[in-house]
Design a binder for this molecule. Structure first.
Ligand code: FAD
Length: 290
């Protein structure tokens, strides 16, 4: 990266098919050109992608690629979650994204969720400072939170339990992040919280995700995206410009780096990172000499 102070990370979800996995591996290789600080791999609701997440994380690590598994208790017992973390530690993994996660669909109401602060405390208790722990943060507030203040208090609880840094849910209104950071500082949170960035690739999928996770797409933006109808190329071009501007505003106003929800695709993330000039010197040099 041009600015060594900025942290850059890229998130994948485990592919469901062999073709998807092949594509993901290629995208990972391509995105490595930006020398991200790490890649992360999500963990399906209730641990549904446990083996796929683990397989991918260990594969990346074996290639010398910095990688962080996402992890939640889901329906696991303490023994089985500990066995999984042991495996990561023994493989040499040093970073994790610790989450409560969501209830897998079809699981009844008696299922007891383990809050993310409890998972952080569990990892610190058993593994000391071995892992750098990331936790989730919500500038537009977690959909189940009872109030803004309560959500910030619970976030502080995750840091008090030993988390090192946060990554946010995506958002398109930079003021939501700045206000949130202000409130976090007032609540005594000193740790860095990295904005999560969702490139705009497909309107229907974006609204579906956003409705599910409580990320707001401002009305003007919904209307603008709707207006592209089936014109996918124009939508992507508009999305690239908009998200690049969002990232510029965030970085100019003190965001400590960026975490991209890549959706396992190269171009949408790569074009934004290039627009921002977050390209290692040797990549810029070779582009000039070509
Ligand atoms: P928590 O921090 O535990 O919070 C959950 C809710 O409970 C909030 O409303 C909070 O206010 C409240 N709360 C927190 N602590 C307490 C407490 N001690 N007592 C009472 N209430 C409390 N989902 C996946 O399934 N897999 C993934 O890989 C994944 N990766 C993610 C990565 C990032 C960066 C983000 C932002 C989200 C990710 N998610 C993932 C989604 C996440 O799992 C959901 O948003 C989930 O509903 C909450 O997880 P959490 O870790 O934020 O939970």
């Amino acid at each position: 990266m041009t600015d060594q102070q900025l942290r850059l990370s890229f998130e994948f979800f485990p592919a469901k098919t062999p073709e998807g996995r092949e594509k993901l591996l290629k995208v990972r290789t391509q995105l490595s050109e930006f020398e991200p600080d790490f890649f992360s791999v999500t963990y399906g609701a209730g641990g549904s992608t446990r083996d796929n997440t683990k397989g991918l994380v260990k594969h990346f690590h074996s290639l010398g690629v910095p990688v962080a598994p996402h992890l939640s208790f889901g329906g696991d017992t303490e023994e089985s979650i500990k066995a999984l973390i042991d495996e990561y530690r023994d493989a040499g993994i040093e970073r994790m994204v610790a989450l409560r996660g969501d209830m897998p669909s079809g699981v009844g109401g008696s299922f007891e969720m383990v809050y993310a602060n409890e998972l952080v405390a569990f990892i610190r208790k058993h593994y000391g400072d071995h892992f750098h722990l990331e936790v989730a943060a919500y500038p537009e507030i977690h959909p189940q939170a009872k109030s803004y203040g309560e959500d910030i208090r619970y976030l502080k609880g995750k840091f008090d339990a030993g988390a090192n840094s946060g990554i946010t849910q995506y958002f398109y209104n930079p003021d939501a992040y700045f206000y949130f950071m202000d409130q976090c500082h007032r609540a005594g949170i000193q740790q860095p919280i990295y904005p999560g960035i969702m490139p705009i690739i497909n309107y229907r999928n974006l609204t579906r995700f956003s409705d599910a996770c409580g990320a707001e797409i401002p009305r003007w933006l919904r209307k603008r995206l709707e207006s592209y109808g089936e014109d996918a190329e124009s939508l992507k071009a508009f999305g690239e410009e908009l998200v690049t501007e969002l990232c510029e505003v965030l970085l100019e106003n003190g965001a400590p780096g960026l975490h991209f929800y890549t959706m396992n695709q190269y171009e949408p993330t790569a074009s934004i990172v290039r627009n921002l000039g977050l390209v290692p010197a040797e990549v810029t040099d070779s582009a000039v000499s070509e």
